[in-house]
Design a binder for this molecule. Structure first.
Ligand code: COA
Length: 201
């Protein structure tokens, strides 16, 4: 992986991973008080910021828009609904052990969640487990890579030595995204359809 460029904390640019096919230019980022405003190459605008308890209704609406395949790929099993206690749990994070970044579409009312990436820290292993999700109609414009880069930056800020996650073997988009970002994959013993993806930091 090409070393991430350091533009400094006040730069208008975030550290972005190199892209493979250059089918789309990387999103353009502008830092503002309410978060990073993300401009995609096809003209869409989102705000990237930390998740908040008040995001719960948006998280639940986003879940309802997901296909069964996306739900299975994100949660590793089928779920017909997102139970309220789980939605609350996803939005009320403990910042000591967790970080979660949302991509909010504020061009609509109410604002809708189009993507989210999160980590859970394992202090004993000095590592963090990731998960990431981008709503289907917002995929292939660099948002998954942007969220993953944000998680990598967050892990480095915390001094962690590894970022890892489970990915279904049939999940070619995620495996390809991780491969581009320099993650390596290994099989999970006893789980034929699952790979463990990890990046040394
Ligand atoms: C996997 C996922 C996060 C990718 O998000 P995305 O916003 O489309 O990703 P990007 O646009 O940043 O794509 C980055 C790279 O990933 C790869 N990629 C993404 N989607 C792909 C697809 N459908 N087929 C092949 N490669 C794909 C490409 O290499 C792409 O780079 P390129 O566009 O320069 O070729 C999204 O599809 C998703 O949320 N899926 C459902 C949930 C999930 O699988 N989560 C992962 C497990 S936690």
């Amino acid at each position: 992986m090409t070393p991430a460029r350091d533009f400094g904390p006040h730069s208008r640019h975030a550290q972005l991973p190199p892209r493979s096919g250059e089918r789309f230019a990387s999103p353009h980022i502008v830092a503002t008080p309410k978060g990073k405003v993300v401009y995609t190459a096809d003209g869409r605008e989102l705000v990237m910021r930390s998740i908040e308890p008040g995001d719960m209704p948006a998280v639940q609406r986003c879940f309802k828009r997901l296909s069964p395949q996306d739900v299975r790929r994100r949660f590793m099993h089928a779920m017909s609904e997102l139970p309220t206690p789980m939605a609350q749990r996803l939005c009320r994070i403990d910042p000591e052990w967790e970080a979660a970044y949302v991509l909010m579409d504020e061009t609509v009312k109410p604002a809708e969640l189009r993507g989210v990436g999160r980590i859970f820290v394992d202090e004993a292993a000095n590592s963090a487990e990731f998960s990431v999700l981008v709503e289907r109609e917002w995929t292939r414009i660099g948002l998954g890579a942007l969220l993953m880069q944000q998680l990598v930056d967050e892990c480095r800020r915390r001094g962690l030595s590894e970022l890892w996650g489970y990915v279904l073997m049939e999940n070619r988009p995620m495996l390809e995204l991780c491969r581009e970002l320099g993650f390596v994959a290994k099989m999970v013993p006893g789980e034929a359809g699952t790979a463990q993806i990890s990046l040394r930091l």
